[in-house]
Design a protein around this ligand. Structure first.
Ligand SMILES: C[S@@+](CC[C@H](N)C(=O)[O-])C[C@H]1O[C@@H](n2cnc3c(N)ncnc32)[C@H](O)[C@@H]1O
Length: 237
């Protein structure tokens, strides 16, 4: 084997090994310590390095975000993607950006007041908990979460809330990014969504950064209490 090829293979193996060690240590740590990403990390989350590694355009495209949609971003943090999404849905659409930490939203608010974003009028910020969303049912066409779902301890509760606020046929897009200490494998994210009653629509991206897109069932009656369906189905009762 040529020395150059050997060196390249060795580098790849070392990088893969370091990635495995990081993931294992981070998972162990997060099992015992559960807290939201500190607001002090806001400037890293919304930085040029982050945008180089995880550019907004492909995430918007993979998530199925389109002009005119009313979308909800859960766990928006300092807003690395919010302004881009607001521009993508255009003036006919809206973005509701929700986070549990007021200090994160303050950074997003400051960002939106900068001259280059001042023309954005379709983004609203909400302090709130994803486990009890402060929105009415069937309010949104699409909900997206970027490196936010696995950080929340009661993910089933969050997914039930997402189902409630999505219109029938609406989309849930979950994007993950490898260095995130809460990074789940794609199959974990897929199983989580399907168990919560979502239909898998597609998986795009790579191991390092992927988006899983789910759809809320179109069919009427899904999610109705079974006793209502049974009573209706038995003639003469
Ligand atoms: C890793 S950060 C990602 C922020 C942003 N999505 C990004 O990619 O830059 C996760 C965010 O989820 C928020 N978060 C954690 N638990 C939450 C909850 N229960 N409800 C709403 N937001 C939550 C945190 O405050 C944090 O801003």
């Amino acid at each position: 084997m040529k020395p150059l090829l050997r060196a390249a293979l060795r580098t790849i193996l070392i990088l893969l090994g370091l990635a495995c060690v990081w993931l294992t240590l981070a998972k162990l740590l997060r099992r015992f310590l559960n807290f939201p990403a500190p607001a002090a990390l806001g400037s890293y989350l919304d930085s040029d390095v982050r945008r180089f590694l995880q550019p907004p355009r492909p995430i918007i495209e993979r998530s199925g975000i389109e002009r005119g949609m009313n979308v909800l971003e859960i766990g928006c943090g300092s807003g690395a993607y919010t302004a881009h999404v607001a521009q993508a849905v255009g003036a006919e659409g809206t973005v509701a950006a929700l986070d549990i930490q007021p200090a994160m939203l303050a950074q997003l608010e400051a960002k939106l007041s900068r001259p280059e974003y001042r023309s954005i009028e379709n983004a609203r910020l909400y302090v709130g908990n994803a486990c009890a969303l402060p929105f009415r049912a069937v309010a949104f066409d699409l909900v997206y979460m970027i490196t936010a779902l696995p950080e929340i301890p009661d993910q089933n509760r969050v997914l039930a809330e997402v189902r409630r606020v999505l219109r029938s046929g609406g989309i849930l897009a979950v994007t993950e990014f490898f260095p995130d200490p809460d990074y789940p494998l794609r199959r974990t994210t897929v199983q989580r969504g399907q168990r919560a009653g979502f239909e898998l629509e597609g998986i795009r991206g790579s191991f390092w950064t992927y988006t899983v897109r789910f759809r809320k069932h179109h069919r009427a009656g899904i999610g109705w209490p079974p006793n209502v369906l049974q009573a209706d189905a038995v003639p003469g009762r």
